[in-house]
Design a protein around this ligand. Structure first.
Ligand code: ZN
Length: 151
């Protein structure tokens, strides 16, 4: 049977997701986070905690902890890698791009998304989209808390 291009792609994406799940990046907690938040996805039993250290309007450092399915934990790991060093405005724009990828079938900017692109196959399974977006929604809450604190 000849190899179909799309199944090959899916295989690659699956590998990237499993790699983040098995070897999560930036897992743990920060000594003095500027902001943090916790979120859960009761449909699947996923939990994520995100801690941020924000300096001069940038994500200076980020850590996450959590448990749940591979999609939720891999997505959190990918997110921490993607946002480290970005300004808060750049984080917003990346979040918009990520949501665009998860909720619509349009083209994606693979270069900007990096490993996050591997999650695009998840949009075929609406229940799992909640798993993939959990870390991002939790990040949003942490950023809101931070902004409130800045008054
Ligand atoms: Zn899940």
């Amino acid at each position: 049977m000849p190899l179909d291009e799309s199944s090959e792609l899916d295989e690659l994406y699956r590998e990237i997701i499993l790699d983040h799940y098995r070897s999560p990046r930036n897992r743990g907690s920060l000594a003095q986070p500027s902001a943090s938040s916790e979120g859960d996805n009761p449909l699947c039993g996923d939990e994520v905690r995100v801690e941020l250290e924000i300096r001069d309007g940038r994500i200076f450092d980020v850590r996450f902890e959590g448990k749940g399915c591979s999609i939720s934990q891999a997505s959190a790991s990918m997110m921490t890698e993607a946002i480290k060093g970005l300004s808060l405005a750049e984080v917003e724009s990346l979040f918009g791009m990520f949501k665009g990828m998860m909720y619509s079938a349009g083209e994606v900017d693979a270069e900007a998304l990096g490993d996050l692109e591997a999650l695009q196959g998840v949009r075929k399974f609406p229940v799992r989209v909640k798993c993939a977006t959990l870390a991002w929604n939790t990040l949003q809450e942490a950023l809101e808390e931070f902004r409130k604190g800045q008054g």
